[in-house]
Design a binder for this molecule. Sequence first.
Ligand code: ITT
Length: 193
Amino acid sequence: MHNILFITHNKHKFEEAYEKAKLFNINLQWINVEYEEIQDDSLEEIARSSCLKILELRPDLKDKSFFIEDAGLFIDYLKGFPGPYSSYVFRTIGNHGILKLLYDVPDNKRSAFFKSVIAYYNAGQIELFSGIAQGKIIKELRGTQGFGFDPIFMPVGSNKTFAQMNKESKNLKGHRGKSLQELFTSLSNRLRL
Ligand code: ITT
């Protein structure tokens, strides 16, 4: 079994990734490193820079394999807001604030997507993997599972929000499930070589 570290402050993210890793026979371990995330318009830049910061703070990780993941909710009607600023926006105006910004916006104009970018570090190199989940922002909060914007986001082809799904179902339709699938598939192919 292969060991990899996932560095995140977010327990929900770790739990989703742990479920996914099991399917690939990968043993995922959680570590928390205190580092400051840069502000940038690109999730890719944020993810790569977080990886470099972690390596500076924790030189002992240089000979390990680890990844971090950065995600955001991009609302088309709001020209992609909050995007890479999702964490701040969730902490400040939250789900109710987003619903207020979209008050009176009709159903056919409420499209949005989540994007997840993984930066994977191994043997001196950083690789990026990403995943997108298309969907829409509904008009009220539904469901109690998951975290963050899950209660207001309904993926395409579903009548449930992410907060109404268990981790397995969210992983099948979700942005993080997809970026993790890319990462773990690539790792399993390499390990078999
Ligand atoms: P890290 O330590 O891994 O960075 P974080 O919670 O700060 O954890 P992000 O910066 O990647 O995570 O995510 C920004 C915010 O976007 C996060 O706080 C949530 O509010 C929201 N978000 C990200 N992924 C989400 C998901 O799968 N479902 C709902 N909201 C999500």
